[in-house]
Ligand binder design. Structure first.
Ligand SMILES: NC(=O)c1ccc[n+]([C@@H]2O[C@H](COP(=O)([O-])OP(=O)(O)OC[C@H]3O[C@@H](n4cnc5c(N)ncnc54)[C@H](O)[C@@H]3O)[C@@H](O)[C@H]2O)c1
Length: 254
């Protein structure tokens, strides 16, 4: 009889997280879907089917995240994979010299709180459950995959907060893997280029076409299913560890 696999995905109601849930369910995982209570998470979970459970979670909240982990434990008794996709973006220059106004500090803090602190919050509480798994033939108990971004390497004007949040995820990846090597918990991050999700809906089509053309090949945005495909590859390949993988069609911003 094949082993039941259990995953927890944040940002699961939309974009990369939603595509990841769909793929994991297709591959036979049971999935705890975490997203904001105001999101479409409940509806999305009902549409995807019986192997999903939506748990309203603000990744910044210790109580919410612990509740999601406890729900996972009560429903399935284990956890094999965490995929952190919850995130927000912001386009704001450090100082607007026309209006003599500085980048709002709360806005900067919020991007860091959701993208970086939120991911860390889910990892620090979630690995306790992964760590209680029996090790497999490689001495491994489970996997954590975080979402960094191209901005970790070539952040654009107006992306100071976003780049800081994604650079931190990239920098955390190796020490996370080192911290949990003894327990056999692998950590990788995916750094997406531009993907066709609601996160970038605000961009005018002229700008979208410009960015698509900058992509080396294929000349388009990434498809969320391509992100999900890499998640599954990382999960299934025991030698992926401590690494940030760019998934961006070769785009480099100058
Ligand atoms: N789409 C891109 O081009 C792109 C590029 C680089 C990085 N990323 C990163 O990929 C990840 C997924 O983005 P996406 O494109 O799927 O965006 P999206 O907006 O479609 O999905 C993000 C999800 O995160 C949820 N979320 C936001 N704040 C939350 C919070 N505090 N707690 C719980 N959930 C919260 C939202 O409700 C939403 O469902 C993000 O971390 C984003 O920064 C995306």
């Amino acid at each position: 009889m094949s082993k039941v696999l259990v995953s927890l995905v944040t940002g699961a109601a939309s974009g990369l997280g939603k595509a990841t849930v769909e793929r994991l369910v297709k591959d036979g995982h049971k999935v705890i879907m975490c997203d904001l209570p105001t999101s479409l998470g409940k509806t999305v979970a009902e549409t995807i089917g019986s192997n999903t459970n939506f748990v309203p979670v603000d990744v910044r909240s210790e109580t919410d995240v612990q509740n999601a982990i406890d729900t996972c434990k009560n429903l399935h008794g284990k956890l094999d994979l965490i995929v952190n996709c919850a995130g927000v973006s912001l386009a704001r220059k450090v100082y607007n010299f026309n209006k003599s106004s500085a980048h709002d500090l709360e806005e900067f803090i919020n991007v860091l709180m959701v993208n970086t602190v939120g991911s860390f919050n889910v990892i620090r509480l979630g690995v306790a459950l992964i760590g209680s798994n029996e090790p497999d033939e490689n001495g491994q108990r489970g996997v954590v995959i975080n979402t960094s971004g191209y901005s970790a390497y070539d952040g654009q004007t107006g992306q100071v907060a976003f780049a800081a949040s994604k650079g931190a995820i990239a920098a955390m990846t190796l020490p996370l893997a080192r911290d949990m090597a003894l327990q056999g918990i692998r950590h990788c991050s995916i750094a997406p280029g531009l993907f066709d999700t609601p996160l970038i809906n605000h961009l005018p089509s002229k700008v979208k076409n410009y960015f698509a053309d900058m992509t080396l090949s294929p000349k388009r945005f990434g498809k969320p299913e391509e992100f999900a495909d890499l998640v599954v590859n990382i999960f299934n390949n025991p030698f992926f560890n401590g690494e940030v993988i760019r998934l961006d069609g070769g785009i480099r911003f100058i």
